[in-house]
Design a protein around this ligand. Structure first.
Ligand code: GTP
Ligand code: MG
Length: 273
């Protein structure tokens, strides 16, 4: 009798997670959170003092999750306050302002700060990171384009979203995907599922694209010394062409990098006898 009785589905307990925001002062961390939780935008800058804490309940797929959000102050002055909040975090919202290149360049330093605070036993691989390229409504002043931001994020296995806390663009989608990835992490025993790690391109490809974007001239772009011979130029070109050919490389920005390399080679060969 017992064996044939229909199984009663126990309601699953709400999942509790801890999420933090990181990124330079004034990039829009608090506004992104406010836009999602309160559906509003405050144009006046009210700097976060140390840490703002809030709890919110959300329903993602069939799961209820209770999110503890620690919204950090980005100003260096508050380092002493925020440094103890890094531990036991399942998700990080890492924000930069697309019109402030320094805030994008600072992302590595934010990761380094977190790593340092977690100490030698902390593991950042088992944290879900979402990078928000924020203030995309400021189109006139944009100084970091999508492929550059996406490349930085995806080459590290991070999620990437273009957002505007002002218009709301990308915000809901970003949070839904972010929370969903955290649920997958928790269901996988707190480890990032292997399927979310593969990005479809190699570090060598990502590094080459970054180097090409930042090169100062055609010699530098091909990675040869000024005055290099035709053979040296062709050899360097072939290596990069194989690495970045659009048929083979899916890394963000690879098509532009490939075109730039073709143009650099043409320009150099014109002037080499
Ligand atoms: P700290 O708390 O000092 O670390 O800054 P924060 O990153 O929390 O920045 P905050 O959310 O307070 O926003 C800073 C300023 O940018 C405010 O004046 C916001 O109104 C403005 N802002 C935030 N998001 C956007 C956006 O998407 N577009 C535009 N145009 N302005 C934004
Ligand atoms: Mg803030």
């Amino acid at each position: 009798m017992e064996a044939n009785a229909p199984k009663r589905k126990e309601p699953r307990k709400a999942l509790r997670i801890k999420v933090i925001s990181m990124g330079n002062a004034e990039v829009g961390k608090s506004c992104i959170i406010k836009r999602y939780c309160e559906k509003r935008f405050v144009p006046k800058y009210l700097a976060t003092i140390g840490i703002d804490y809030g709890v919110t309940k959300v329903q993602i797929r069939d799961r209820e999750i209770k999110v503890n959000i620690f919204d950090m102050a980005g100003h260096p002055f508050f380092y002493e306050v925020r440094n103890e909040f890094y531990k036991d975090t399942q998700g990080v919202i890492l924000v930069y302002d697309v019109s402030q290149k320094e805030s994008f360049d600072a992302l590595d330093a934010w990761l380094a700060e977190m790593k340092q605070e977690l100490g030698p036993h902390g593991n950042m691989d088992n944290v879900v990171f979402v990078v928000c390229a924020n203030k995309i409504d400021c189109t006139k002043h944009r100084s970091v384009d999508e492929s550059e931001g996406r490349l930085w994020a995806e080459s590290r296995g991070f999620l990437y979203f273009e957002t505007s806390a002002q218009t709301g663009e990308g915000i809901n989608e970003m949070f839904q995907t972010f929370y969903s990835a955290i649920i997958d992490l928790c269901d996988n025993g707190g480890r990032r599922p292997a399927s979310s790690m593969g990005v479809g391109f190699t570090k060598e490809q990502a590094d080459a694209i970054r180097r090409i974007r930042n090169s100062k001239d055609s010699w530098d772009m091909l990675g040869v010394k000024p005055g290099a011979t035709r053979d040296e130029v062709n050899k360097a070109y072939r290596k990069l062409a194989v690495l970045l050919h659009p048929d083979k490389c899916v890394a963000p920005g690879s098509e532009d990098a490939f075109k730039a390399v073709v143009n650099a080679r043409t320009a150099l060969l014109k002037n080499i006898k």
